[in-house]
Design a protein around this ligand. Structure first.
Ligand code: C5P
Length: 202
């Protein structure tokens, strides 16, 4: 069975949690496509050229906890502006989307560019304040030294770069189902996403 679920939205809206839960519920594979851009960003911070880094990614590059830092997130959103970097990562994502048994991909351009024909598309969002607050707590829980104002500024800077870039900007696909998680618990957001995907599977 081929069934692709595209989940897009801005940083820290809850896409990751929702995507993992949807994948686990339906037994689908999950790809966090932000990790691809983070891995390229990390290689660039270590001195590589963006396009070479994107062309030479391997699965081991996606496993490091170091990809979760704010510095790597910013580097990821900078390399993500480059059309050649995006092109180098496209085929892997498209192949993943049509793997046998179903797939969930989360990112910024899944429903618009990577899988325009995905059977179920979700756009998960939340207010900038709410997203920055969640990201701040998440980084603190990981033991990182962070400051709330810096985290807020990082979220705003990434939103701006992601929505204003010329290639594959962050935008909801016309046929995406919108979930605003600002006033939802995780359980409510997950339940809404599962109910929507289920309605497309019938
Ligand atoms: O989702 P995450 O916050 O890990 O993504 C890091 C950065 O990678 C984003 O800010 C965005 O610039 C970029 N990205 C992208 N397209 C995707 C996934 C992530 O441009 N499909």
């Amino acid at each position: 069975m081929i069934f692709s679920v595209a989940i897009d939205g801005p940083a820290a809206a809850g896409k990751g949690t929702i995507s993992k839960a949807v994948a686990a519920h339906f037994g689908f594979a999950h790809l966090d496509t932000g990790l691809l851009y983070r891995a390229v960003g990390a290689k660039v911070l270590a001195g590589a050229s963006p396009v070479e880094a994107a062309l030479s990614l391997d699965p081991g590059d996606l496993e490091s906890d170091a990809l979760r830092t704010p510095a790597v997130a910013q580097a990821a959103s900078e390399v993500a502006v480059n059309p050649e970097v995006r092109a180098a990562l496209t085929e892997f994502q498209r192949n993943f989307a049509v793997r046998e048994g179903g797939a969930v991909l989360d990112g910024r351009d899944i429903g618009t560019v990577i899988c325009p024909r995905a059977q179920a598309k979700l756009f998960v969002t939340a207010s900038a304040e709410c997203r920055a607050d969640r990201r701040f707590k998440e980084l603190q829980d990981k033991g990182m030294e962070v400051n709330a104002a810096d985290v807020f500024a990082d979220v705003i800077a990434r939103d701006k770069r992601d929505t204003e870039r010329a290639t594959a900007p962050l935008v909801a696909a016309k046929d995406a189902h919108l979930i605003d998680t600002s006033d939802m618990t995780i359980a409510q957001a997950v339940a809404a996403a599962i109910a929507f995907v289920q309605s497309k599977l019938l």
